[in-house]
Write a new protein. Structure first.
Length: 240
């Protein structure tokens, strides 16, 4: 994470939550009997972040960036495989700022259409995410637009940490959390909120073992990625 990662804390997450609350949804949970999954535990609880605005938890970090940082006249720029870009585009539209979203060629049509539906400038930045990220960095240097990183940004992690805040409000007795990992922004924010008070288990695809390899190496490393994604054919009504 960046040099300001130490600033991600339970206290700061509590501070940003009321700032972004008018713009995000407190997503629901569903309680299911553990036996339904062949487990001996009484129940499994699911947090439905796919019902968040823009279609994912990414809206939380995007709004935190747009509302808690000084956005220049040139607006914002982000690189994304899809979900982060849609979230930044939505946040920019809601706050009256220009947004340029750089995506790789493999981004699904459902996600590119969602990004464009929010009024952002969509740019195909190359075959891979790393290419799109590099192109977005050149754009930021050329225009003065504010970069909004998908995970390596304090405000992004603070926003994602509000998922943990809602989980504790709705499930105060929870003892174990399974959290999906990509870049690490979501699990980093949630871990900061809970401060070791619950067990947090990171879950990632075998084809994209980013955290697994970083932990094994003891530092951030480049990891191979495989195409693992699930997309709807068109933007969902609840993602508006």
């Amino acid at each position: 994470m960046n040099a300001h990662a130490g600033a991600v804390s339970r206290g700061r997450i509590a501070e940003v939550e009321p700032v972004i609350r008018p713009h995000i949804r407190h997503t629901p949970v569903t309680r299911v009997a553990g036996a339904d999954f062949g487990l001996s535990i009484p129940e499994v609880i699911f947090k439905h972040e796919y019902m968040q605005r823009s279609g994912s938890f990414k809206a939380r970090g995007a709004f935190t960036n747009l509302l808690c940082r000084d956005v220049p006249k040139a607006g914002v720029v982000a690189a994304s495989g899809g979900n982060h870009g849609a979230a930044v585009a939505l946040a920019a539209k809601a706050t009256g700022h220009k947004a340029a979203i750089f995506v790789p060629e493999i981004t699904s049509p459902a996600k590119t259409e969602r990004i464009k539906s929010y009024g952002a400038d969509l740019v195909i930045g190359g075959p891979r995410y790393t290419d799109a990220l590099e192109a977005s960095q050149h754009y930021a240097a050329r225009t003065g637009a504010m970069p909004v990183h998908a995970f390596e940004q304090t405000e992004t992690m603070l926003g994602q940490g509000t998922v943990g805040l809602e989980i504790e409000q709705d499930m105060p007795g929870i003892d174990t959390l399974l959290v999906a990992v990509g870049g690490g922004g979501l699990i980093g924010g949630i871990a900061a909120w809970f401060e070791n008070r619950v067990k947090i288990v990171a879950v990632e695809p075998e084809g994209s073992p980013t955290l697994h390899m970083a932990l094994a190496a003891g530092k951030p490393v480049d990891a191979p990625t495989d195409g693992i994604a699930s997309d709807s054919l068109s933007p969902n009504a609840w993602a508006k």
